[in-house]
Design a protein around this ligand. Sequence first.
Ligand SMILES: Cc1cc2nc3c(=O)[nH]c(=O)nc-3n(C[C@H](O)[C@H](O)[C@H](O)COP(=O)(O)OP(=O)(O)OC[C@H]3O[C@@H](n4cnc5c(N)ncnc54)[C@H](O)[C@@H]3O)c2cc1C
Length: 545
Amino acid sequence: MAAGPTETFDGIVIGAGHNGLVLQAYLCRAGLRVLALERSLEAGGGLCTVEDNWCPGFYHNIHAVFLRGLAALPWYRDLALEARGVRAVQPALNLALLPGDGPPLRWYTDEERTCAALAALSPADAAAWRRIAFEYAPVVQEIVEPALAAPPLPPERERALLERSAAGRAYLAVERLSPRDFVEKHFEHPLVRAALLYLCVIREVDVNVPGQGALVPALIAGRVKAQLALGGSAAVARGLVADVHAHGGAVWEGAAVRRIAVERGRAAAVELADGRRLGARAFIASSLNPQQTLLDLLGGEGLDAATRERARAYRYQTVGPLFGLHLALEEPPRYAAGAAGGPGDDVGRAFLTLLGLRGPEEVYALYADHAAGRPAAVPVIWGTVPTTHDPGQAPPGKHTAFVWQKVPYALHGDAANWDAAKEGHAAAVLMRWREFAPNLTDRAILNRFALSPLDTERRFPNMAGGDLGVGWMGPGQRGADRPLPGQRPYRTPAPGLYLCGACTHPGGNITGLPGYNAARAIAEDLGIKPWWDPPDLAERWSRLS
Ligand SMILES: Cc1cc2nc3c(=O)[nH]c(=O)nc-3n(C[C@H](O)[C@H](O)[C@H](O)COP(=O)(O)OP(=O)(O)OC[C@H]3O[C@@H](n4cnc5c(N)ncnc54)[C@H](O)[C@@H]3O)c2cc1C
């Protein structure tokens, strides 16, 4: 890189997914002039809504849809996104599991309704659910939620602080378990066990790995459930971009970064694919994965051999990828009365509809099947009909709907097989869907398209192996160790270069918390007093008794 920068900013963010945009918005409001560079033609990353190619006016959310607790996230509030037109709804029947051969399981936002519905399946499980919701509410509010919204503490310090309070000790007792241990200990009905474990899989947590047992009680006792962004998921990204613009920042789309340059020992500039060079006076933050950021873009410069090897060895999840089938429809899927439990059933208004899951064995089988490159012979599929809750996402009276299936990335040993297999697999998924919704006839379907894990990776190279959580969430890649052990959270060994995407704590999905926490780390290093009120975890936990 011989030529000097064409323009210099205080900070540069690589990748304008929601984590990059959240970080940028906080630092623009702190008075810095920050530029985000996005390789695709539209900012937002996984917050992506596209208009149907064949059917104008039908909008498909082809990546993130179930936005857990969106309106309760700190950045949603701090950045006043509702003043920019962002809105979310939280459907009352938040999840319905239709096994196909018996009554469904229903999970409402209202705990009493959930327990009443569970009692029809298993009175013992309904009682266990109520007890866990009560017992773990303080653990979720005082330990789990604050820990997500703050840079992780060193493990010994965290343990010492947690051991001082009742909520902390309750957390430690359950955290050492695997989700599977917790579920098998507390619940007996196969549907209840399967639903809880499948939600862990959807949250990209390996159900067999110890050290993540707190997720299940957190799902039960958490106050927030899945929400839908009105107008499509991209509306949230548009709100973030508007906030960035209102505070002096810029977002350049169609601007792929191909190199990070180090000058006088600091990450100081980036080079774009078209050869332009842009300077960063104070910081560069990358929302990409460790291999892209440290090896491909930085070229390993300034990293010792051990760090280079750790970056190379960063792992992705075998159950991370999804196959998606998206439909533009004359009418919404109508789930057969037999499957849904009778006329007048509210299953048609469920937000997340999980189809064909009958027991925990189907969840356990995913791990071996995916390692062997085999999709399940009888697929479990899940999805939603966004237009049931937000009719504006299709023309009047019409609908959009989709289902996903967890599938292996390396199909029969090679991800390239997906291109030839995609249409056939989509037909099989549609046949499976029709077992539950027979009205999805060819006449009702105006258009359909499918997306494979390879398509995901092509669109978002940071989701290597199609892993939508951008990295396995097991020991060695969680908390203070995410993405690489031995680094201060969000920092890299190259001074001035930070990580802020889903490969950092607390991981993937639309939480914005990696970006939120990284903004705090950068502000701290630059000596900027935050204008917002980030939680002081150590102080908060030391006040608990
Ligand atoms: C099919 C699918 C369904 C999902 N469903 C849900 C869901 O329902 N709920 C949920 O919470 N999460 C869901 N997710 C996961 C969620 O989308 C991701 O975890 C989240 O988007 C990660 O956010 P991020 O900002 O870290 O990265 P991303 O959203 O991936 O953003 C990174 C950005 O960097 C850009 N980029 C990459 N390389 C470069 C480069 N060299 N230069 C410049 N820019 C670059 C990318 O184009 C992208 O825009 C889903 C993901 C997929 C794939």
